[in-house]
Ligand binder design. Structure first.
Ligand code: NAD
Length: 509
């Protein structure tokens, strides 16, 4: 393999590095509290190795209290009885507070996760927009009426909040993902117990502070810090929880579905992806190349929507691979606190090893690394970084082509016909998103219809809007977030049938 000069950004010795950790506590029934047994866990920055957060570590006692608080707050109507107008007013206030605190939230997001600071800021800005959108839904949500059931009957379909929602989130976009769930749950009138990932608890705690500041009644949102077991597991099995909204790995999603089956809770799942971009010979190649590079390196590839496999027509495969490699060398990898950095650190040493395992197994099976294939050393930073990696000669049966690598590793697969491309896109367990690059509208439309994926992009990648629903087919999930569908997840449907007049004929004569 040729040795490439990469665009690496050395350590900044930034004054933004903390000298004291952020102290994170549970929010239960409106009070900030430590765990009864005093247990804590710590999070060090994956890029700099500094202590960022010391968090209370919940056990069963705190989880039980949080669920009980959410249950009581739901059942006594302190939030579900509030009008849509007043709920919206509060959600808008939270959005304003998020904007006011953007820098502080973004810094903690970067320090805990390792993502570039500019991207963290954009994420927090996007999250505020979701709170505003949910506020609009709180005011406009409604059921249906049926006025054609006959002269003596009126039917009304009510939408009611489902109750207590358990919200469990991952580490890759902690603030954005909680904002894809919580404001929608609140708009619906639900109460919630929220558990952020143990790797990124801080920004969810700040969100809790903002909710208190905005005047949300105590107990409506409870935050419990800790691990999947026991906290997450209890949140999915407890009889007092009505639904679970989970974003994370497919393996944990399946375990949660099995847990929820015991009490028949509703479960909404946003899981993994192995998302293809298909490039036809008539595509605007330069735009496609930029989107491929963005798709695979954004958030260091630790992204459910990562465009981790490209399916390229064989006539242009060599040219596309060469251009992707060239552009990869220009992407700034390095210190997440530098404003020019586009790719930061990998979340943990274990995850770095997992990424490398996929690359190594692909190479052992006959693939070639056109660039990358190993760890990156960044001057002055002790944390783990993985180099931009493009694997050619990948076949669709290799684990790197079928499973979620969750790193900056692109697999290049070739196709000859549209039929073959569609088969490669669909012949996989995942179905989160897919993209097509072609100047022919018929090719794009046929692709959009036949791709088995919750989102299809044509001549673009990873655009997203609060208005547009997001979720996966097959093992990428169940249910949808965003758009009005995102609100529906938190609503029960109740049918009310009302007789007009004494017209009912008696059953017993
Ligand atoms: P993960 O499944 O390991 O953990 C996610 C959350 O679940 C964490 O809060 C964790 O503590 C908790 N958890 C773990 N075990 C649990 C259990 N038994 N019961 C209840 N909760 C449990 O996922 P992760 O590594 O944090 O995140 C990466 C994964 O998330 C990737 O697979 C990625 O594709 C997926 N993801 C999906 C989307 C989407 O919208 N589809 C978005 C972002 C991330």
């Amino acid at each position: 393999m040729t040795k490439f000069d990469l665009n690496l950004i050395a350590a900044q010795n930034s004054p933004k590095l903390p000298t004291e950790p952020f102290v994170a506590r549970h929010l239960i029934d409106g009070r900030w509290c430590d765990s009864q047994d005093g247990a804590v866990f710590e999070r060090h920055s994956p890029a700099h190795g500094v202590l960022v957060t010391r968090a209370a570590k919940a056990g069963e006692a705190e989880t039980e209290q949080a669920i009980a608080a959410a249950r009581k707050a739901f059942d006594d109507g302190r939030w579900s009885d509030v009008s849509g107008k007043d709920r919206a007013t509060l959600l808008l206030k939270v959005a304003d507070l998020i904007d006011e605190n953007r820098e502080r939230i973004a810094l903690l997001e970067t320090l805990e996760n390792g993502k570039p600071i500019t991207q963290a800021e954009a994420e927090i800005e996007g999250a505020a927009d979701l709170w505003r959108y949910a506020a609009a839904l709180a005011r406009t949500m409604h059921g249906d009426s049926h006025n054609s059931l006959g002269k003596d009957m009126l039917g009304v379909v009510l939408k009611e909040p489902i109750g207590v929602a358990s919200i469990i989130t991952p580490w890759n976009f902690p603030f954005l993902i909680v904002s894809q769930k919580l404001p929608f749950a609140l708009a619906a009138g639900c109460t919630a117990v929220v558990k952020p990932s143990e790797l990124t608890p801080a920004t969810t705690v700040i969100l809790g502070e903002l909710l208190v500041e905005a005047g949300l009644p105590a107990g409506v949102v409870n935050i419990v810090l800790g691990y999947g077991v026991p906290v997450g597991a209890m949140m999915t099995t407890h009889s007092q929880v009505d639904m679970v909204s989970f974003t994370g790995s497919t393996a944990v999603g399946k375990a949660i579905t099995a847990s929820c089956a015991q009490t028949l809770k509703k479960v909404s799942l946003e899981l993994g992806g192995k998302n293809p971009q298909v490039i036809f010979p008539d595509a605007d190649i330069d735009s496609a190349i930029d989107a491929i590079v963005f798709g695979i390196y954004f958030n260091a590839g630790e992204c459910c929507n990562s465009g981790s496999r490209i399916i390229v027509h064989q006539d242009i495969a060599e040219e596309v691979t060469k251009k992707v490699v060239e552009l990869s060398t220009k992407v700034p990898f390095g210190d997440p606190l530098h404003p020019d950095t586009k790719v930061g650190a990998i979340i943990s040493p274990e995850h770095q090893e997992k990424i490398h395992g996929y690359v190594q197994s692909a190479i052992d099976a006959g693939a070639q690394a056109s660039i990358g294939g190993g760890a990156l050393e960044i001057e002055g930073l002790p944390g783990q970084f993985y180099g931009p990696t493009v694997l050619s000669g990948v076949t669709s049966d290799m684990p790197v082509a079928r499973e979620e690598v969750f790193g900056p590793v692109l697999s290049v697969i070739k196709f000859r016909t549209l039929e073959e491309a569609i088969a490669l896109v669909n012949n996989i367990e995942y179905g989160l998103s897919a993209g097509v690059w072609s100047e022919n509208v018929h090719t794009c439309l046929e692709f959009a219809r036949r791709a088995k994926a919750g989102t299809v992009w044509t001549n673009t990648w990873m655009d997203g809007f609060a208005e547009m629903p997001f979720g996966g087919f097959k093992e990428s999930g169940a249910g949808r977030e965003l758009g009005h569908y995102g609100l529906e997840e938190y609503l029960e449907v109740k049918t009310v049938q009302m007789r007009i007049g004494r017209t009912r004929s008696p059953w017993v004569q």
